[in-house]
Design a protein around this ligand. Structure first.
Ligand code: B12
Length: 436
């Protein structure tokens, strides 16, 4: 038996002017090119959960010939997609089914919209593939595959459920970056968050020895890869974090991850981080305006932390770790003046990099449900606009056009060579201090 696993990868933006202008700006393109080639860790995990007597092949959808009939030789096709490309995924699934190849759909979007996905699949898997995929394959072999499987929402890193992603499926492919996951979920529980928090009941942490083993395995397959941890928030558990940083340091790798500003409170952690090969941390500041953060987290965590943003950036960057600060445009209290405030903050805080995106109601998030109830979604199920760059709702204190234009202007102001050189110069001043 042979299974084809297909990743709907790549970066996306729907709005034509944005595609032409916004995301063709220098810096944006650079980052886009680098990350666009990231493999699907979800499917490498699905592959690992497949019984060993079944052959598995991994594909990036954009590498497949337009007529995918070659894949007719596969007994089963599994497709993974995020929301932005789910309609492409459905079309692909429909094509396979039309030629008699059964299709299974899974992943973040499918978990949150299983009924929608069922219209395009022979079987749908919700939550993690752990706890569902092995059974599905066994059922399929017996000709008894069911239309719906429920995967695990906890214990996914524990024996019996955990499977080491099959990095060897990437051998010979041109990936220069590899993702490794150390945790699922995040206790901050931001209203807009559409990441792995939506497929887990509570924060789940992978034991350090398993993470190190995965990195060592990936190192054997690709030449000097740069590692990206695909966590929602890596350093939630400070004890685990210190153990991990101590264990990863001797591997001599370069890596990047996503976290929150609480790491700046812990000198010991920052020292370990600086030695560990971590080059950059991505932090969701969301807004430099305190009241704009009200109600974002159940306990207003980000509002309370906002006064400490600049100090935290200084502390982290002064260790030689750059901070990529994330900001959201179109928050409830944002007005046309907000764009300027964000630009000012990015400049004065001396962030080396910034990622500015538009507020996006992804399916299954409390934000989506609230906006739907308030009637502010431009269209129900506007999935191809769930890219973080395309506006798909009416902001409270701006028109859609004002938000789009403000975003476009801000992009031009931030993502140009002059700004980047300025940010780099700021950072080099810090770096000189570290060396002296
Ligand atoms: C790495 C990453 C990427 C890589 C993706 C590589 C890939 N093909 O997977 C790249 C850089 C290409 C990327 C692109 C984009 N991304 Co991205 N990305 C991530 C990131 C950081 C980690 C994802 C990951 O590896 N998770 C770990 C794996 C193990 O989890 P998983 O995929 O959920 O898989 C598990 C289950 O879902 C299930 N499963 C998954 N697929 C399948 C399939 C089958 C058949 C089965 C049975 C089970 C199953 O089993 C797996 C194991 O348990 C997340 C943020 C985060 N912290 O999660 C954002 C995230 C997924 N990205 C996001 C977005 C918005 C985008 C873009 C739209 C950005 C853009 N404008 O271009 C594009 C997507 C475009 C597209 N092609 O659709 C959002 C998606 C939200 C959503 N609901 O859609 C996230 C959550 C970030 C955020 N800010 O909200 N991204």
């Amino acid at each position: 038996m042979k299974i084809a696993l297909i990743a709907m990868s790549g970066v996306r933006v729907k709005t034509q002017t944005l595609a032409e202008l916004g995301v063709t700006l220098p810096q944006f393109v650079n980052r886009g090119k680098v990350v666009a080639s990231l493999p699907s860790l979800g499917l490498l995990t699905v592959a690992a959960l497949t019984p060993p007597d079944v052959e598995v092949e991994y594909f990036e959808v954009d590498d497949l010939p337009p007529e995918n009939r070659a894949l007719i030789k596969y007994d089963l096709v599994g497709i993974s997609s995020f929301t932005a490309r789910i309609n492409d995924a459905y079309r692909l699934a429909d094509r396979y089914r039309a030629i008699g190849v059964p299709v299974v759909l899974g992943g973040l979007h499918v978990t949150l919209m299983p009924q929608e996905a069922q219209a395009h699949a022979d079987a749908v898997v919700v939550n993690g593939a752990e706890g569902a995929w092995p059974k599905l394959v066994e059922d399929f072999k017996k000709g008894q595959m069911k239309p719906f499987y429920v995967g695990a929402r906890k214990g996914v890193f524990e024996p019996g459920l955990y499977a080491k992603p099959r990095f060897e499926l990437l051998k010979g492919r041109p990936y220069n970056r590899i993702t490794v996951q150390t945790s699922r979920g995040c206790p901050l529980n931001c209203e807009f968050c559409a990441a792995s928090i939506r497929i887990t009941d509570s924060f789940q942490q992978k034991p350090v020895n398993l993470v190190i083993d995965e990195i060592e395995t990936a190192l054997k397959i690709t030449q000097h890869p740069f590692f990206e941890l695909s966590d929602d928030n890596t350093f939630v558990n400070k004890k685990w974090s210190k153990e991990f940083l101590t264990a990863v340091t001797p591997l001599n790798i370069s890596w990047f991850t996503e976290t929150d500003i609480s790491i700046a409170d812990d000198e010991e952690l920052l020292n370990l981080l600086a030695k560990s090969g971590c080059k950059q941390v991505l932090i969701g500041f969301e807004s430099p305006i305190s009241h704009a953060l009200d109600g974002m987290n159940p306990n207003n965590w980000k509002t309370c932390r906002q006064p400490g943003y600049v100090d935290a950036i200084n502390k982290i960057q002064s260790r030689g770790i750059t901070v990529n600060g994330c900001f959201i445009l179109g928050l409830d209290s944002d007005t046309p003046e907000t764009f300027h405030v964000i630009k000012e903050f990015i400049e004065t805080s001396k962030l080396l990099e910034c990622q500015v995106t538009v507020m996006t109601p992804f399916p299954g998030t409390p934000l989506y449900n609230r906006m739907r109830a308030e009637g502010s979604l431009l269209k129900d199920e506007y999935w191809d606009r769930c890219t973080l760059f395309d506006v798909n709702f009416t902001p409270k204190h701006m028109s859609v056009a004002q938000l789009e234009e403000g975003m476009m202007c801000l992009f031009k102001e931030l993502y140009n060579e002059k700004q980047f050189l300025m940010r780099k110069r700021h950072y080099m001043e810090i770096a000189k201090e570290i060396l002296s």
